[in-house]
Every structure is written in C-alpha cells, then in structure tokens.
Write a protein that binds this ligand. Structure first.
Ligand SMILES: Cc1cc2nc3c(=O)[nH]c(=O)nc-3n(C[C@H](O)[C@H](O)[C@H](O)COP(=O)(O)O)c2cc1C
Length: 235
C-alpha cells in the first residue's frame, strides 16, 4: 500500500522560493549532507529535499537529519520509498514527482559509480532514475568526490565531459589528504563553498540571525592555523 506519510511536499506558493534537491551518493563526503542541508536552509526562500543512494546511507543518519529538520519538512528519499509510495496505476511516481518539485539539483557528493551511470544513462535506483528524468528546466550541479586514483582514471574525464554536454555544471574537486589516507585530487568541493555557490548563483539572502558558518581554516590569535588532517577536512 502507498505510504501517504511519505509524499513529496507541494512546491511553495511563496514567489521566488528555490526548491533544492540534494542528491547524495556512496562517497565518504556524504558525511557533509546534514551540514549542507542546514546551511542551505539558512538562506531565505529556500526549501530542501534529499535523495540518497543505499551506499550513501552509511555516511549519515537519515532519520536524525529528518528529525533535525521537521519544521522545514526535509525528507531523505531512498530506493525503498520509490515502491512504498506506488501501489497502482494513478499513484504518484516518486522520481518524477521529485523532478517536478526541483528547481536545482546538487549531486553532492557524486561518486565515480553514479558519475559513470549518469554518463551512460543508466537508471537502476531512485537517484539515477531521477537523473535520467531531468530536463533543461532544472539547473544541475555536480560535485565529484573520490579517491585520487579514481579521479585521475581516464573514465572520469570522459564521464565528466559527457555530464557537461548534458547540461551539468561541474564543481571542481579539491586536493587534500583524503579519508582513505591518500593525498591528492578528488575531495569534494568544500561544503561551505557549495552553499556559497548556490546562494550566489540563485540570489539567496541570508536569513536575519542565521548563525555564521565556521571558517574553513581556523584562526588562532589572529594567526591562520595550518589545516589539521581530520575528518572535517579530509572529504
Ligand atoms: C568507506 C568507503 C568510502 C568510499 N568513498 C568513496 C568515494 O569517496 N568516492 C567514490 O566514488 N566511491 C567511494 N566508495 C565506493 C562507493 O561507495 C561504491 O562505488 C558504491 O557502489 C557507490 O554507489 P552509488 O554511486 O550508488 O552511491 C567508498 C566505499 C567505502 C566502503
């Protein structure tokens, strides 16, 4: 039976509201999902929904993310929701409803696997079915996140090139110490920069009284400290 408690919210009737879909995949950078959601909601006229692959769910607590954002109606949509919300002809089809809802999609982080599927047009889960259903009406941003060897593999450049041809704007990854222990290119663009990019690109004003985002590099007694290699800075 369809689960009426799990339906895609209506688009806001407030003019100028930006409906953002955050799509997370099985990169360790998915640990940043709760921070990205919270920060995007610090801007006026912004609504957020999340769609996550199964591997992505290892990196953050979807129930906690929903519980922390009850007031703003953020839901984390998973593969099982696709079928839990459909029972018979006439029921809404989740990946199409989510596509209709979104003005902007942020594929952050984008794993090597999902990037390859996007380039090939595969659609074997909720997230990739949604990707396949997107049209030019939706703005699309992709933020690769993977081990350096995966990033430097020739497949990556080829798949990113296809993604760009399909209308995706690619956010440059960073070079740093990665969670796997390697040092090099492939870390997802800093989550704060992703949010700043969205705010700037889509003209969002920060809500009055919204807390300041912590700086990327800690400042101690006026001296910029060298970044520490901790989880905060390795994905
Ligand atoms: C601990 C751990 C961290 C991983 N980090 C990454 C990563 O940063 N980037 C990546 O492309 N794959 C990473 N993987 C591999 C993906 O999770 C795997 O390829 C998976 O099939 C991706 O599926 P999805 O694209 O459907 O989310 C990681 C796997 C594990 C176990």
């Amino acid at each position: 039976m369809p689960n009426p408690g799990r339906s895609v919210p209506k688009r806001s009737s407030v003019e100028g509201t930006l409906h953002i879909l955050l799509l997370t995949t099985g990169s360790v950078a998915s640990v940043k999902a709760p921070l990205i959601v919270k920060e995007l909601l610090n801007y006026e006229k912004t609504q957020v929904q999340v769609v996550s692959t199964k591997p992505s769910m290892h990196f953050f607590d979807a129930d906690a993310l929903e519980a922390d954002n009850v007031a703003t109606g953020v839901k984390v949509w998973k593969d099982e929701d696709e079928w839990d919300t459909w029972d018979r002809m006439g029921d809404p089809v989740l990946h199409i409803e989510l596509r209709r809802w979104a003005d902007v999609v942020l594929l952050a982080p984008c794993s090597a696997n999902t990037l390859a599927k996007l380039a090939a047009g595969l659609c074997d889960n909720l997230l990739t079915s949604l990707l396949r259903a997107l049209t030019s009406e939706t703005s699309k941003h992709l933020f690769p996140a993977m081990n350096t060897c995966m990033y430097l593999h020739p497949h990556t450049a080829s798949h990113l090139s296809v993604a760009e041809q399909l209308g995706w704007e690619v956010g440059q990854p960073e070079s740093k110490a990665l969670a796997c222990g390697d040092v090099g290119m492939g870390a997802m663009m800093d989550w704060r920069d992703i949010c700043l990019l969205v705010a700037g690109r889509y003209g969002r004003n920060r809500k009055a009284g919204a807390p300041e985002v912590p700086r990327k590099v800690p400042v101690v007694d006026g001296i910029t400290a060298a970044p520490k290699l901790e989880v905060e800075q390795t994905v």
